[in-house]
Ligand binder design. Structure first.
Ligand code: NAD
Length: 500
């Protein structure tokens, strides 16, 4: 740890320049109406990367006007679906061409390892856009056998102007899950990025236009939640809102939508996902997968396997090995190769995580590894492991959103099912077993939107993702997310002569 902390003193210069810091409205980069800016910070040091235009309600109004015009009068919803699809494919090619530049911006703004941005996330984003590009010309209604002398059909129409509010943990991936299906269906968009990570989306905005996207189809407003975000959720002329972030803000979004124009809402919220290691587990493999399930992305995943339930038969061995694995985790400057963990995104998250670690210690859990800040600058946290965690401890009930693994012991399946389900959340679960009956039982009994069996965090564009209970409303990705961005119109035509 001392060597890792010392290595943090020399910060690597990011291999990219910040080109875009203004809002993207109506196809142009423009200042905020107020002229205000806010700093976006480097999580490795807390230093300013750039000043970014700070959009508020007035800028959201301007963006909605541009999106409305593009929807009501522009070519996007009127061109052939094949043309729309070709623009999205071209955009995916441009993403690949600019892969390293986009990845560097993402890492600089967010703190995640550059190798993760460059080799996993930007390629995944291109894949998501290609997946939805492929859908664009396969979206269509049905003919329906009505009861009378009528020809009945459904038209699947774009919903109009979609408002989309995204978080900072996967800025580009979240952008792709939102923009991909909305664009494939022919909608126009006002996207509000997270105030911690505004940069990569602005470059993406430029590339969308280079690919041929008409002006006003995607408008990007950087800014804060209580101003710009609330203006999106509460806007009278936005036809749908999609949000990813905390459950607390998800409730505000739903309220703002209902108090304004009753726009439909999809929410992808927090979680406290169980990762269940059964008695037949190969302990080494289980430790590695449970480690990945929790520590990936600095623990900043809504679906993080943040309650590691381990069968009593393998518990002691598991705890020893989980501790050793955490102590071996490569933490450091995310631009350095071989780094598994960078800094947390900002000082707020950093302090919140340290507070939870203190709760864990004070509450009587056994601290096996980590437990504090790494180094003295930026927002690095030591990979932390608690054992002897009890279900009612705060570290077992709350979303910590950081590199803190909590290990709980269980005796049998009935018990672990009840305890795993005893949460206000229901986003995901991991199951580690070789026993088919156990796997079948758990996959059905767990009240969650995704069950990963002998794997975790598998996020293909084709697989739907979303939560039960307070983890959200609706599904993103896959075929399922198209319905979030479509209206179904029934058309009934009287037949003069029903015979043929
Ligand atoms: P947040 O919910 O406050 O922010 C997410 C997005 O919502 C951001 O774009 C933000 O600007 C916007 N927002 C905030 N307040 C708003 C409001 N009143 N109206 C409209 N939009 C608003 O999340 P956070 O504060 O960045 O993180 C807090 C916690 O949320 C984290 O510790 C974590 O537990 C959870 N979180 C979950 C996810 C996820 O993927 N589900 C992502 C980020 C954070």
């Amino acid at each position: 740890l001392a060597a890792a902390a010392a290595a943090l003193e020399n910060t690597i210069t990011p291999p990219v320049k910040v080109e875009h810091t203004q809002l993207l409205i109506g196809g142009k980069f423009v200042d905020a109406a107020s002229g205000k800016t806010f700093p976006t910070l480097d999580p490795r040091t807390g230093e300013v990367i750039a000043q970014v235009s700070e959009g508020d309600a007035e800028d959201v109004n301007r963006a909605v006007l541009a999106a409305r015009k593009a929807f009501d009068q522009g070519p996007w919803p009127r061109m052939t679906a094949y043309e729309r699809s070709r623009i999205l494919f071209r955009f995916a090619d441009l993403l690949e061409k600019h892969n390293d530049e986009i990845a560097a911006l993402e890492t600089w703004d967010n703190g995640k390892p550059y190798e993760q941005s460059a080799k996993i996330e930007v390629p995944m984003v291109a894949r998501v856009f290609r997946y939805y590009a492929g859908w664009a010309d396969k979206i269509h209604g049905m003919t329906v056998p009505g009861d009378g002398p009528y020809h009945v059909q459904t038209l699947h129409e774009p919903i109009g102007v979609a408002g989309q509010i995204i978080p900072w943990n996967f800025p580009l991936v979240m952008l792709s899950w939102k923009l991909g299906p909305a664009l494939a269906c022919g909608n126009t968009i006002v996207l509000k990025t997270a105030e911690q990570t505004p940069l990569s989306a602005l470059l993406v905005g430029r590339l969308l236009h280079e690919a041929g996207l008409p002006d006003g189809v995607v408008n990007i407003v950087s800014g804060f939640g209580a101003t710009a975000g609330a203006a999106v959720a509460g806007h009278m002329d936005i036809d749908k809102v999609a949000f990813t972030g905390s459950t607390e803000v998800g409730k505000i979004i739903l309220e703002l939508a209902s108090k304004s124009n009753l726009k439909p809402v999809t929410l992808e919220l927090g979680g406290k996902s169980p990762f269940i290691v059964c008695e037949d587990a190969d302990v080494d493999q289980a430790v590695e997968l449970a480690h990945f399930a929790l520590f990936f992305n600095q623990g900043q995943c809504c679906c993080a396997g943040s309650r590691t339930f381990v069968h009593e038969r393998v518990y002691d061995e598991f705890v020893e090995k989980a501790k050793a694995r955490a102590n071996n985790r490569a933490v450091g400057d995310p631009f350095k190769s071989g780094i598994e963990q960078g800094p947390q995104v900002d000082s707020e998250q950093f302090k919140k995580i340290l507070k939870y670690i203190k709760h864990g210690v004070d509450g009587g859990a056994t601290l096996q590894a980590g437990g504090g800040q790494l180094g003295s600058k930026g927002y690095y946290i030591q990979p932390t492991v608690f054992s002897d965690v009890k279900d009612d401890m705060l570290i077992a009930t709350d979303e910590i959103f950081g590199p803190v693994q909590t290990i709980l012991k269980f005796k049998d399946l009935d018990e672990v099912i009840a305890r795993a389900n005893n949460s206000r959340y229901g986003l995901a679960a991991g199951v580690f077993t070789q026993n088919l009956d156990t796997a079948n039982r758990l996959m059905r009994a767990l009240k969650v939107g995704t069950v990963w069996i002998n794997c975790f965090d598998v996020f293909d564009a084709t697989i739907p993702f979303g939560g039960y209970k307070m983890s959200g409303i609706g599904r993103e990705k896959g075929l399922y997310s198209l319905s979030n961005y479509l209206q179904v119109k029934a058309v009934v035509t009287a037949l003069k002569n029903p015979a043929w």
